[in-house]
Design a protein around this ligand. Structure first.
Ligand SMILES: [Zn+2]
Ligand SMILES: [Zn+2]
Length: 264
């Protein structure tokens, strides 16, 4: 069974000059010892990149889209943004709302922005619930606030915490709450012992893999632009941590992605 990159940004500027070549090797030819993938989910972070994700999904059967406004873009929205997100999200090739959530990394501009982040996060969560699509959650340095919101929601939508960066305890809590957890190339970094501990906490049936490309290239590609084929390195690292054959991790994560995003 081939891998799925459940969180890529081929819709971003970083792929502007060679996007078609990258798509070709990702989904058709592969490269070196990287076999072609079954599918890619391109994720939007604002209105522009969400529109682009949808356009790419319409052009290629194996590309899917997620649409949403990332917390970093919370303060740059035009008045009709929510209506547009909802209409994009209703398109058949759009498989999720996201990436949405809270991000207090490099956060220095005061509590007003956090309130704004919470507001746009919650309004998009409501859209996901209304149209019955899952959420791709983004959370960085904001775990207490985000977990408070989930608690307050009582009946949160289904979804995946992408690029999981919390503690082993938080991973356990999210698994018990019914969520999927997705890991990126940063689990290969020397300093990421805590993330490798968190991987141990996530059972196979709740695991997903992603690249978050162009960001977070796994070793030995650190410092270069990341791309979807390298999701294999993430799966291999997880297999090593769990002491399982790579094929077992590939099969499970692909099956989970198909199921959550209804890819068939
Ligand atoms: Zn993210
Ligand atoms: Zn992302």
């Amino acid at each position: 069974m081939p891998l799925i990159d459940t969180h890529a940004h081929l819709n971003f500027q970083a792929f502007e000059t060679d996007r078609e070549e990258v798509i070709q090797r990702t989904l058709v030819s592969g490269k070196d010892n990287f076999e072609p993938l079954e599918a890619v989910v391109n994720v939007g972070a604002n209105l522009d990149s969400s529109r682009k994700a949808l356009q790419m999904a319409k052009e290629n059967k194996k590309i899917f889209a997620s649409v949403g406004v990332h917390p970093h873009h919370a303060s740059q929205l035009y008045s009709g943004w929510l209506k547009e997100i909802e209409s994009l999200a209703l398109q058949p090739k759009v498989v999720a709302l996201g990436e949405i959530g809270l991000d207090l990394h490099q956060y220095s501009s005061g509590i007003g922005d956090l309130e704004k982040q919470k507001e746009i996060f919650l309004t998009q969560v409501e859209v996901a619930k209304k149209i019955k699509k899952p959420v791709i959650f983004h959370c960085r340095n904001a775990w207490p606030d985000l977990l408070d919101i989930l608690d307050y929601l009582k009946n949160p939508p289904k979804g995946v915490f992408h690029c999981f960066s919390g503690t082993r305890g938080q991973a356990k809590f999210l698994v018990e709450s019914g969520f999927y957890l997705s890991f990126t190339g940063n689990i290969t970094y020397k300093s990421a012992g805590n993330l490798r501990e968190a991987v141990k906490e996530v059972p196979l049936e709740r695991l997903m893999v992603e690249t978050d490309c162009p960001y977070l290239p796994p070793e030995p590609f650190r410092g270069l632009r990341n791309e979807p084929l390298y999701v294999k390195i993430v799966a291999s690292q997880i297999a090593e941590i769990k002491g399982l054959p790579l094929a077992t991790v590939v099969d499970a994560t692909t099956e989970n992605a198909r199921k959550l995003f209804k890819l068939d």
